[in-house]
Design a protein around this ligand. Structure first.
Ligand SMILES: Nc1ncnc2c1ncn2[C@@H]1O[C@H](COP(=O)(O)OP(=O)(O)OP(=O)(O)O)[C@@H](O)[C@H]1O
Ligand SMILES: [Mg+2]
Length: 350
């Protein structure tokens, strides 16, 4: 027989990063916190606007989508809309998307923004639901005035609009105009990276739904450890699981063994690609400088950075970005004692 059913996978799709699992282990506290913030909307009261920050691949998007889904099931008075600002960057695009989603904008092109806002307000009054909007990757937003537009809608609708923002960059709202910031009155939920034990539990749950065979516990541990060491992105763990499963399949094995994982790990370039796609513009600039200069003292690095960008961050804030890059393994910081303590920074070869 040329074609045979896989003896390893029952549903490979479960390992895709886009798959939204029914359970998000180790995010129970954050789920509860976000749910509590949004709950007033189910009674037509004002929800607590929320900002979620934290490093890549640790469930920020998944938690919001999960809570939105549950909230709509729980209350008929609520309409949730998820928007990724990589795709919708301008006020016009975002407002049209929202109006379209609630069914009050058939023709998207050619409308002025104020016209869209008008439709949106009419639409919201008609559906008589509280609107909750998530702007994911909000650092990609080109026009922060959309925040003002969304806040302004509140003056005209019975049920206040609730906003949820997500970003890797915890300082994103520091730069927002004070007037908008104070009207937003945001509460922050910080997501921390998973421990090795937590990563193992999360991957184990995915294994149960994706594989029809066993994954040796040593194999799982090796993958979880790899994902944690390389910055804690669950996507790295999922990609390794998929590759190890395929390797096991190729070798007509009855289960996924540690040898399969060892074979796929050295070739594994997912981390570098995923991380490089996800880091902030400041971090990208730092990597570019280090690529050209190989190694620099922290002071030199900051100087070069200041000459590269139009409005540089303060040295203190800049240092936090450098530390983050070191934490996720894209650069290395060595401390040297030369006339006091000096930090020497090099790029790693991921
Ligand atoms: N606690 C968890 N349980 C199950 N799966 C999880 C958990 N946390 C993250 N994941 C999975 O890891 C992948 C990445 O998660 P998610 O997209 O939510 O990351 P993120 O924090 O939004 O990252 P980024 O900042 O890069 O957008 C998804 O497939 C998600 O389902
Ligand atoms: Mg995300």
């Amino acid at each position: 027989m040329i074609f045979q059913e896989s003896k390893i996978f029952k549903n490979e799709e479960v390992l895709s990063p886009e798959h939204l699992p029914d359970l998000l282990p180790h995010r129970e506290i954050q789920i509860k916190e976000l749910a509590n913030n949004l709950l007033p909307a189910s009674k037509g009261r004002k929800p607590q606007n929320t900002f979620i920050s934290g490093p890549p691949g640790i469930g920020k998007t998944a938690v919001v989508k999960f809570v939105f889904h549950e909230f709509e099931d729980f209350s008929e008075r609520v309409k949730t809309i998820y928007i990724n600002c990589w795709t919708f960057k301008t006020a016009h695009a975002i407002l049209s998307e929202i109006a379209g989603d609630i069914g009050f904008l058939t023709q998207r092109r050619g409308w002025a923004k104020d016209e869209i806002v008008k439709r949106l307000i009419e639409g919201l009054s008609k559906i008589n639901k509280s609107l909750i909007v998530c702007l994911d990757e909000v650092d990609q937003l080109k026009e922060e005035e959309v925040l003002y537009d969304l806040l302004r809608i509140n003056q005209y609708v019975k049920n206040p609009v609730g906003l949820v923002f997500i970003s890797n960059d915890p300082w994103i709202f520091v730069k927002v105009e004070p007037r908008i910031k104070s009207s937003l009155n945001i509460e922050e939920i910080v997501f921390k990276a998973y421990s090795l034990q937590e990563m193992g539990d999360i991957l184990q749950k995915r294994i149960e739904n994706a594989f029809c065979t066993n994954v040796e516990s040593a194999a799982l541990l090796l993958i979880a450890n790899h994902a944690v060491r390389k910055g804690g992105d669950v996507r790295i763990g999922l990609e390794c699981l998929l590759k190890a499963g395929r390797k096991a399949e190729e070798e007509i094995s009855d289960k996924v063994r540690i040898e399969h994982v060892k074979k796929i790990l050295p070739k594994e370039k997912a981390k570098s690609r995923i991380l490089k796609e996800r880091i902030s513009a400041t971090e990208r600039t730092i990597l570019k400088i280090l690529e050209e200069s190989k190694q620099l003292h922290s002071g030199e690095l900051y100087k070069k950075y200041c000459s590269e960008v139009k409005s540089p961050l303060s040295e203190r804030t800049f240092r936090d970005y450098v530390n983050h890059l070191a934490k996720i393994g894209l650069i290395r910081i060595k401390k040297r004692k030369i006339h006091g303590s000096v930090r020497i920074i090099t790029k790693t070869d991921f």
